[in-house]
Design a binder for this molecule. Structure first.
Ligand code: C2E
Ligand code: MG
Ligand code: MG
Ligand code: MG
Length: 291
């Protein structure tokens, strides 16, 4: 039909669009078999205390070992969301993350929390909280050790339903984090009225943090505001000691980033924890400080 419109550019655009759609449905078809074929794996990235660098939590980050190689969640999560495959996948991630973290807590003795990402589609399931409670009961993970991470778009898709669901999660003892803070479009006052315990500041916030006093002041003001509202602040994506220093200076509570550790399989997480827990000479770095 694009040809009838006469413009060559439109034909090209139309073909590109058709091809993109075809690639998406091919990916969706493969993703629909990923669970049964054991192609999914949960990686974990430590989140550390800004002052002591002790591990306080780990974020569960999904990986897909597809036949075409390792595919980034930034690519396949949106497809999973569109096709609602995120529902079974999300349930599997939650159960797997809970089970693994119970094991890691038992082996290391560290009282780690686990942060699990949740999308709009999952939140709109009326039995979402019941399902989470079942997973907690089956795995033995305490509600207090679970942090549900949501982006502003996930919440604002259906704000009333989301707020009800998040309030129920908190009433049951879980924690709620607002992910990717600073990348959306909503007003600060709107966002900070949501029932959340933790604000996760996006890496894009760090772009000028080492060079611009203004950016550091902004971060500091944001941290102060969050603290006044009884929220804690995690900064994501800290890659350098300079960025880390600026973020600590701004008063943020916890830090997550390649500087401290990358996302890794649970076996690597256990090895790193063992290394960090090993007795070390006086004056050595505190637990969790090693990469
Ligand atoms: P997110 O929830 O904001 O997760 C943080 C992302 O930042 C992760 O990307 C992590 O690897 C990356 N990151 C951490 N530290 C650094 C750093 O120092 N520098 C840089 N450049 N990046 C850093 P990842 O693992 O590729 O995941 C991307 C996104 O995919 C996540 O962003 C989340 O939105 C989504 N995602 C991942 N796993 C799941 C899941 O199980 N369920 C759902 N619904 N979404 C997931
Ligand atoms: Mg997250
Ligand atoms: Mg984030
Ligand atoms: Mg992100």
């Amino acid at each position: 039909q694009a040809k009838l419109q006469g413009a060559g550019r439109l034909v090209v655009l139309d073909e590109a669009r058709t091809q993109a759609a075809a690639e998406r449905s091919a990916a969706a078809e493969k993703l629909s078999h990923a669970l049964e074929r054991n192609e999914l794996e949960v990686y974990f990235q430590p989140i550390v205390d800004a002052q002591s660098r002790q591990w306080v939590a780990v974020e569960a980050l999904l990986r897909w070992h597809s036949l075409d190689g390792l595919i980034s969640p930034a690519t396949f999560i949106p497809i999973a969301e569109q096709t609602r495959l995120i529902l079974p996948i999300g349930r599997w991630v939650l159960a797997t993350a809970a089970r693994e973290v119970v094991r890691v807590r038992a082996i290391t003795g560290l009282p780690l929390r686990v942060n699990v990402n949740v999308t709009a589609c999952q939140l709109q399931e009326t039995d979402f909280i019941e399902h989470v409670l079942t997973v907690l009961a089956e795995t033995g993970l305490e509600a207090d050790a679970l942090v549900l991470e949501l982006t502003e778009s996930a919440v604002l898709d259906d704000p009333e339903a989301a707020v009800t669901m998040l309030s129920r999660a908190r009433a049951a003892g879980m924690h709620v984090a607002l992910d990717d803070f600073g990348t959306g479009y909503s007003s600060l006052s709107h966002l900070l009225q949501l029932p959340v315990d933790i604000v996760k500041v996006d890496r894009s916030f760090l772009r000028n943090v080492t060079t611009s006093a203004r950016t550091r002041q902004l971060l500091h003001a944001l941290v102060d505001l969050a603290h006044q509202l009884d929220m804690s602040v995690t900064v994501e994506g800290v890659e350098s000691e300079d960025e880390n220093a600026a973020v600590v200076e701004a008063g943020c509570d916890t830090i997550q980033g390649f500087l401290l550790a990358r996302p890794m399989p649970v076996a690597a997480l256990l090895a790193l924890a063992a290394e960090n827990l090993a007795p070390r000479p006086v004056g050595a770095l505190p637990v969790g400080a090693l990469r």
